[in-house]
Design a protein around this ligand. Structure first.
Ligand code: NDP
Length: 335
């Protein structure tokens, strides 16, 4: 029996600047189950994530470039439609890295069964998935988060950032959140109960704003954006503060060579710890993250929002809109 798969492919590499919809194409191919690839999965949710941008250039990175004209990869949740494998049955819900397509066949090696719970299945792409895991590992393992400290979070209205804010609030921390729209500011203040949220696009002097709103300075800065914001945060760190370098989205699409930090003297004089990390090094460190997060979500201690685009054809737009800040919480594509 043959299966038609529709998928998103990159038409050309994008060395600089924001990707455009014409850089992608929707293609299809016919798949056939065989003795080796004997499982057919139909995806229902696809994740689009900032790290994919790095795979759209030919530059060496921690993951290889996408192959032009071929299926792009990414995290997804699907259902087993047919299986000749003893390990998977029709109807199983599975997490996989074969996103950006509606159907695929495989041998099951890289599928992970999802145990049904009271939480929506797509939360395995958000708070219970890679972005929640990133917030958790970044805060506890690298940020050494402690109770009642003062924490600054950038891209706080996104998937990682909103989870970081809420975990820090649970520990009684004072949380200062930066984001790029008034709607996200409202959500952070009213629902997530951060201590101060602001729209960085409306701030003329970031260092001054951080000083006025949090004169004591920051124990921890969870950096999702890099660039000028990182430099401003360094100016406002307390002695022995920690900076977790999680992302550099403000630099991902620049069209000129980024300039370096001009205030490294503050790192020295304040004896700061600056630590980068990649969640891909922690793919097997699922506990205690999963049990803590399931508990927090069930108890309503962690809330999450999703921005959902419908149809595989919308995946390129969803990705571009993610880079442009059109998402609140996790950006997802529903098939
Ligand atoms: P988000 O849900 O936060 O979405 C991306 C957001 O980035 C946009 O919504 C936009 O929000 C913001 N943004 C875009 N351009 C700029 C800019 N020039 N300056 C400031 N903010 C900008 O994505 P994720 O939660 O998935 O990821 C957040 C960060 O974490 C990213 O940098 C990502 O690369 C990183 N990451 C790192 C991982 C790791 O292993 N280290 C793993 C997963 C994610 P706004 O409205 O605020 O501008």
């Amino acid at each position: 029996m043959t299966i038609k798969s529709k998928y998103v492919a990159l038409k050309n590499y994008i060395p600089l600047g924001l990707p455009k919809e014409i850089d992608f194409e929707i293609k299809s191919r016919v798949l056939e189950l065989n003795d080796e690839n004997n499982i057919h999965v139909k995806n229902s949710w696809i994740s689009v994530d900032p790290y994919m941008r790095a795979r759209m250039t030919e530059r060496k990175n921690y993951k290889p470039p996408f192959n032009i004209g071929e299926e792009m990869e990414g995290y997804a949740i699907g259902t087993v439609e047919q299986s000749a494998s003893r390990s998977f049955n029709k109807g199983d819900l599975v997490f996989n890295n074969n996103g950006m397509r509606d159907n695929f066949i495989c041998n099951g090696k890289d599928l992970k069964k999802i145990n049904s719970s009271n939480l929506p299945i797509q939360s395995y792409l958000g708070p219970l998935g890679m972005t929640g895991h990133t917030a958790y590992i970044g805060l506890f393992k690298y940020g050494k988060l402690r109770e009642k400290q003062t924490v600054l979070v950038s891209s706080a209205g996104g998937s990682v950032g909103s989870t970081v804010c809420q975990i820090a609030k649970m520990l009684g921390c004072k949380v200062i959140a930066s984001t790029g729209s008034d709607e996200k500011v409202e959500w952070l203040k009213e629902e997530l109960k951060v201590d101060h949220a602001f729209n960085y696009k409306k701030i003329d002097n970031l260092v001054l704003h951080l000083k006025e709103t949090c004169p004591e300075g920051f124990d921890l800065y969870f950096d999702n954006v890099g660039g000028d914001f990182l430099e401003a945060a360094i100016f406002r760190m307390k002695n022995f503060g920690r900076i977790v370098i999680c992302g550099r989205i403000s630099q991902m699409n620049v069209t000129s060579t980024p300039t370096g930090l001009k205030n490294m003297a503050h790192v020295l004089v304040k004896r700061l710890t600056v630590k980068g990390f990649l969640i891909f090094d922690h793919e097997n460190d699922n506990e205690p993250f999963e049990s803590d997060m399931k508990k927090w979500l069930t108890e309503g201690k962690i809330k999450f929002k999703e921005t959902i685009y419908e149809g595989i054809e919308k995946a390129p737009k969803a990705f571009i809109d993610l880079l442009n800040g059109k998402n609140i919480g996790k950006m997802l594509v529903k098939i």
